[in-house]
Write a protein that binds this ligand. Structure first.
Ligand SMILES: Nc1ncnc2c1ncn2[C@@H]1O[C@H](COP(=O)(O)OP(=O)(O)OP(=O)(O)O)[C@@H](O)[C@H]1O
Length: 582
């Protein structure tokens, strides 16, 4: 709760003024039955008509003040509560942005979404009205009880006798309904996930003819939801009539007992009316007790989960004494670098030295460690041993933000936002001029297909807009990296969905961007053959290195790949040679 205290203190004026308005409102509410008593006993029965004007004016004054104070209270609690929750949600989101890749490897997105949405909503309900209602009802109960005893202690005991039963039933109702409510909330997440997965993968479902299976899966989830709703209704209908009954019983007991006392002239009619009013003030806190404790318990549980998330610290943080390179040119050096994920070594003794403007190509079987290697440069993960230097400074000494600004990366999995093509290309480089944007789009061969789209670069893509092919998405991702104009360009299998001709044109364009140091991961010889150095990784270690010609001459893994990819052409060349010889 310390976390919540910090935010509540930030807006304490809202809550203080709202709390004051609440106290004065309660005071006025407590005065109302006294006024009624006066009107009945002295003006109606006692015929003291000279008091009528004053009593009516007081009644009007109380009603108006109550309305104004009620408005202030609601508005300020709501306003303060919303401010607290908006800040909390924003800070949580900002905090998530600081966490490292490794954190997101081990957590599921649905869970984080639930922290940001459901848990913060639980906290919001408590801050906006839960705490306020709880305090208000406690004060009502305490003050009304004292006043009841002051009016007639025996009748007060009679009225209070029923209250624990109402409280117990209301508490049990909320306890039992709370359990089902939790299950319903989990169930609604399951229904959402089932529907979302089905809709996202609808093409796969249709291609495999799995519609019936999917319908049954959804039906099961829906049926479970229906059953839980029935359970909730059954619990409600079991407890609620009893609560209603006991509420009425309390009024009946007070009316009967009070009526008897009135007849014996031990109590005035006005006092009996005032008494009944105070009893009503006792009943509501009892009836709301279960609901409010549930609301506050949910808030407490959510605060704990959110606090735990806030306690997560980024594994990779800024250095204590950052060093900035005098020249930022893009020279990259790996010295005996090794890396492991959770104790499993995936890279061993990697040594590299890339001169500014040079191109390194990385090949290797799937899972051999190619992506892991490039992930170390921008410190998405930290190496386990060795040293990685960018422009002579260890990457761990660079200010993290500045280091990442030197890198333009096209990740293996293309991710585009549901936005216009321009916005997607501009992402991460807000300062790019229109000319730079146009050049990047041209070099990445985006121009070619965008010209045919209805709104050109302003066409919205993704879920809210038109669909694109895998190759078109890759080209936009490439343009996004190029527009960033960094000394280091990293392409992780970024042209795998392109045809050879488009890939060739992109390669030529990249070669023209000679100031950039480039690292290209690819499986196709055509994508790597012009690199200054090609390395082949196997099981986390460099097993071959050299230029295209050197590796062909070596006649090992690279050559094998070359043969497999160019088998047809080699055979054709062989036949042509034979026919020339004939
Ligand atoms: N986030 C991670 N947590 C744990 N292990 C990982 C993680 N990412 C990759 N690995 C493991 O590290 C090894 C190297 O993976 P990496 O992604 O670097 O291979 P790759 O050569 O890029 O493969 P591909 O060509 O399929 O992309 C694999 O065995 C993989 O299972």
């Amino acid at each position: 709760m310390r976390l919540l205290g910090k935010y509540l203190r930030r807006y304490h004026w809202y809550f203080s003024i709202a709390g004051l308005a609440m106290l004065v409102s309660i005071g006025l509410d407590m005065f109302n039955p006294h006024l009624l008593r006066l009107i009945i006993d002295r003006i109606i029965i006692g015929k003291q008509l000279n008091l009528l004007q004053m009593a009516l004016l007081s009644l009007l004054g109380i009603t108006v003040s109550r309305a104004v104070l009620g408005y202030c209270k609601e508005f300020l609690f709501d306003c303060g509560g919303q401010k607290v929750v908006t800040d909390l949600r924003q800070d949580l989101f900002d905090h998530l942005q600081t966490l490292s890749f490794s954190y997101f490897d081990g957590v599921n997105t649905g869970e984080l979404m639930s922290r940001l949405k459901e848990d913060i909503d639980n906290i919001m309900r408590a801050v906006v009205f839960g705490f306020m209602l709880f305090t208000e009802q406690c004060i009502y109960f305490a003050v009304a009880s004292v006043l009841l005893f002051a009016l007639h202690w025996k009748l007060a005991l009679l009225a209070l006798a029923v209250m624990p039963c109402i409280a117990w039933l209301a508490f049990r109702l909320e306890q039992r309904i709370g359990v089902v409510y939790e299950q319903l909330s989990d169930q609604s997440v399951r229904i959402n996930t089932t529907a979302q997965e089905n809709l996202a993968g609808v093409r796969l479902v249709k291609a495999f003819g799995r519609e019936k299976y999917e319908i049954q899966k959804f039906l099961d989830q829906n049926q479970r939801n229906y059953q839980l709703n029935l359970d909730q209704a059954a619990i409600w209908s079991r407890y609620h009539p009893w609560i209603e009954f006991l509420t009425s019983l309390a009024i009946v007991l007070v009316t009967a007992g009070g009526g008897f006392l009135v007849m014996r002239e031990e109590l005035s009619v006005g006092t009996l009316v005032a008494f009944s009013n105070y009893v009503t003030m006792l009943i509501w806190p009892m009836r709301m007790l279960g609901w409010l404790t549930n609301l506050l318990a949910q808030c407490l549980a959510s605060v704990k989960k959110v606090e735990a998330l806030f306690r997560e610290q980024p594994e990779i943080a800024d250095p204590a004494a950052p060093v900035v390179s005098a020249v930022i040119a893009g020279r990259l050096r790996f010295t005996d670098v090794s890396f492991e994920y959770n104790g499993r070594t995936v890279l061993r003794n990697i040594n590299l030295d890339l001169q500014p403007g040079s191109t390194l190509a990385i090949m290797g079987l799937t899972g051999s460690g190619k992506s892991s290697l490039i992930n170390l440069i921008g410190r998405y993960y930290d190496r386990s041993a060795g040293r990685i230097e960018l422009d002579g400074v260890d990457v761990r000494d660079w200010p993290l933000k500045l280091l990442r600004e030197q890198l333009a990366v096209v990740m293996q999995e293309t991710f585009l936002f549901s936005d216009t093509i321009t916005e997607n290309i501009q992402f991460g480089s807000g300062r790019a001029t229109p000319e730079q944007l146009a050049a990047a789009a041209r070099d990445a061969q985006v121009d070619e297909f965008v010209a045919e789209l209805p709104d050109g670069y302003e066409t919205v893509i993704g879920e809210r807009g038109i669909g694109l092919s895998g190759g078109q998405k890759q080209r936009i991702a490439l343009a996004r990296a190029l527009v960033k104009q960094c000394p280091l360009l990293i392409l992780d299998d970024a042209t795998s969905n392109l045809d050879m001709e488009t890939e060739y044109r992109i390669q030529r364009a990249l070669e023209r961007r000679s100031g950039m140091t480039k690292i290209i991961i690819a499986h196709r010889i055509s994508a790597v053959k012009n690199a200054d150095e090609i390395i082949v990784i196997e099981d986390g270690a460099i097993v071959e290195r050299g230029t295209h010609q050197q590796l062909l001459a070596l006649g090992q893994r690279y050559y094998q790949t070359y043969r497999e990819q160019f088998q047809g052409l080699l055979e054709l060349a062989g036949k042509e040679e034979q026919s020339h010889a004939v």
